[in-house]
Design a protein around this ligand. Structure first.
Ligand code: FAD
Length: 383
């Protein structure tokens, strides 16, 4: 890997920092308290091009490669204190747009990608179900094929963006007996009859990224809205999860960098017992550990992003997801400790970062699932 960024990449990073600082950070305490998703900020993301990072220009995107996208998102995360948007944006980019780009036909790409990349639409993807979480492929949502249409019945849970989504990527099985081979992926607009978005799910963090269950009652979906070929759903799911795992946490690298810098500044300036906090090794070593964890996380992110064009991303994407999520949580915990009682207050905005980070160990596959994938990739016999 070449560790030198070129001029275009450096510009993308800087633009993302400035954009996030000027457009994303207003009213965050109130929006978090009220679980408010800001359409205004979403549209600004679209105008900036961040909703179409890897989408080709012909569909309204920036057409960036995965590594440049990761670096741009790192810059966005450095400037942005609104971590709920990391989740909404990540789900939209990697689990809705990317599958259409990789598996959609010409009509689907030209019909859906421009609206998603511009910010006119918010996208959501629905895999998890009340009884099928980590074991997602044991899903019960049925898709019965009658020649021209699929009829969907079932319930999906924990669907990020659902309360504000205009567009859904849904996974369902045509026959549970076929296991992985019966899974299919469908593209649905929000007003499709039989699709119902349930009430908003209250949650601990990422409260500005809304979530709910969705249900299907005899929901009629044209065969034109099948993504990829019949029964290709598991292949689509496996591939897009690699993209999501590799890249969804990229903004946390920038966010951790900002947190590290704020901790250094605070430790150098705050005095107790007539000396600076930084003069205590208990504090300076905590910050050194924070730095080293972040540096490893950054390299894992770049390696995973780079692998999409140069290697097999299966192992690096899970390594990156696991390490960045655990590092982010530890970083914000340490930051609260360094800031003492102030760190625990809402006004300092570190407690929100911690709450927002905890979900990273759960979505896109839990930390336990990432370890299972890594073990399998290492050749361990896990079953
Ligand atoms: C903030 C957030 C956003 C989300 N967004 C979406 C979304 O947009 N779309 C969507 O479809 N889903 C979404 N999810 C759901 C998410 O993918 C699931 O929560 C996750 O896959 C785990 O499933 P579960 O919650 O049912 O836990 P379970 O699968 O019931 O697991 C419970 C615990 O047991 C552990 N466990 C389970 N099986 C094993 C095993 N074999 N070995 C070791 N440990 C095991 C798990 O790691 C976990 O710690 C989101 C979740 C969160 C928290």
């Amino acid at each position: 890997m070449d560790f030198n960024w070129n001029k275009e990449q450096l510009e993308m990073y800087q633009q993302a920092v400035s954009f996030a600082q000027s457009k994303m950070n207003k009213n965050l305490i109130e929006e978090d308290r009220e679980s408010h998703f800001s359409r205004e900020k979403w549209h600004a993301l679209g105008q900036m091009g961040l909703l179409g990072l890897t989408i080709p220009e012909e569909y309204g995107g920036l057409g960036l490669d995965p590594l440049t996208s990761a670096y741009t998102l790192e810059g966005f995360g450095y400037g942005c204190k609104y971590a709920g948007i990391f989740l909404s944006l990540g789900a939209h980019l990697w689990a809705v747009e990317t599958p259409i780009l990789l598996y959609g036909n010409g009509f689907q790409k030209s019909q859906f990608l421009p609206k998603l990349a511009s910010g006119e639409w918010v996208g959501a993807h629905a895999i998890s179900e009340p009884d099928a979480g980590s074991d997602a492929m044991s899903m019960d949502t049925r898709a019965e094929f009658n020649g021209d249409f699929y009829i969907l019945n079932g319930r999906k849970t924990f669907v990020t963006n659902a309360p504000v989504a205009d567009f859904f990527l849904i996974f369902a099985t045509t026959n549970k007996k076929y296991g992985f081979a019966g899974i299919n992926a469908f593209l649905l607009e929000k007003n499709t009859p039989g699709l119902s978005v349930e009430s908003k799910t209250e949650k601990m963090g990422t409260r500005t990224s809304l979530m709910s269950d969705i249900t299907f009652t005899n929901c009629k979906v044209s065969k034109e809205n099948l993504l990829g070929k019949p029964n290709m759903g598991f292949r689509i799911f496996s591939r897009i999860m690699q993209w999501e795992r590799a890249l969804i946490l990229a903004p946390f690298i920038g966010s951790m960098q900002r947190q590290l810098e704020e901790c250094i500044q605070y430790a150098n300036q705050r005095q107790q017992f007539t000396k600076r906090l930084s003069e205590n090794q208990a504090i300076s070593h905590k910050i050194v550990d924070m730095h080293n964890r972040l540096e490893a996380a950054r390299l894992f992110l770049y390696k995973a992003a780079w692998a999409f064009e140069n290697d097999d991303p299966a192992l690096p994407s899970s390594v990156a997801k696991l390490w960045i999520s655990e590092s982010a949580i530890q970083t914000y915990l340490d930051a609260i400790q360094i800031f003492g009682g102030y760190g625990y207050t809402t006004d300092f905005e570190i407690e929100r970062s911690l709450r927002d980070a905890i979900g990273t160990k759960l979505y896109s596959g839990t930390s336990e699932m990432q370890k299972m994938i890594i073990a399998q990739q290492l050749g361990l016999k896990t079953q």
